[in-house]
Design a protein around this ligand. Sequence first.
Ligand SMILES: Cc1ncc(COP(=O)(O)O)c(C=O)c1O
Length: 386
Amino acid sequence: MPYLVERMRPFTSTIFAEMSALANRTGAINLGQGFPDTDGPQSLLEDAVTAIRSGANQYPPGIGVAELRHAIARHQRRFYDLDPDPDTEVLVTAGATEAIAASILALCEPGDEVVTFEPYYDSYAACIALAGATRRTVPLRKPDFGFDPAELRAAFTDRTRIVLLNSPHNPTGKVFARRELELIAELARAHDVIVVTDEVYEHQTFDGVPHVPMATLPGMADRTITISSAGKTFSVTGWKIGWLDAPAELTAAVRAVKQFLTYVNGGPFQPAIANALDLPDGFYQQLASGLQRKRDLLTRGLRAGGLEVFQPRGTYFIVTDVAPLGYDDGVELCWRLPELVGVAAVPVAVFCDDPEPARTLVRFAFCKQDEVLAEAAERLAKLTAR
Ligand SMILES: Cc1ncc(COP(=O)(O)O)c(C=O)c1O
């Protein structure tokens, strides 16, 4: 790609696109990409149709429609006792992806450093590179994907500008515990840095494990940008309605960048999402319990196939180790998996600066219909040792 700027050359293709294309070509069950294969609540779909029919089809306000900003503020109060001002401390974005990109671009000067954990969601590395910033990663290690506090401390320097956190965490399914968040918060305060926290899986935790937003820790609401999205919570990943809440000065800074990335998006989807955020607790409980059941269904198949499973406590994903089957390279296995058993997955090593510890780790998505998971589990159970 001779025309592409150097800093973006490592990011020309995403593994999700490659594995989804492979799944399409081979007719394999696609457990690579994290999108649900069923629609969100019927009322949400109807509300979007109604909004389109009633003419909500022009540019919405740059910060998002008032109904949605108020609904986001109510949601933060209802679930976490946070109290953002819907007019100055909430910003609607084109998915969580834009909120992440605009936050990094707004806060980092070239040469600044961003502390994040690896494996990391792939857009993090690309956005840090776009900003001309440098990432300093701290490894999360199997089996429980904990981190070494000394390594986290050592990642901070006088150039650190942001800690970019993701909990519940893609790809590992880790839900950061309060004591882990407390250490991150302590370091953020000591080094006077902003925490940008990607909480798109906030309602998808299992086994009674709570999601603790960074902004709820003492003193942290003042230095935290909290990001979420309708895509995962309401199973509408294609709508790309995300948001952030943060203190007014931080929100204003991110908004200044966001207005020149997309300006606005999804006019008729915004009022529909506003209504959905007010759905009763039962909706949110069923979302988590339904996914937990799916996790267990796929886990059984993966274990029957002889893979080592690291039980996720949240998200759409299960990370496995394929070493017990005699495979020593997850990337190579993922390219062959469709032909071997008719299932597509993604290798974890591609989300790491140091691929070595993740060399034999493979991620499977379980946000699929029960029949699809049962069929995938049956196929995976036939994966024989090399
Ligand atoms: C950790 C994480 N952050 C952000 C996103 C993207 O969210 P959105 O589709 O709302 O841009 C995803 C989607 O897979 C994700 O897993």
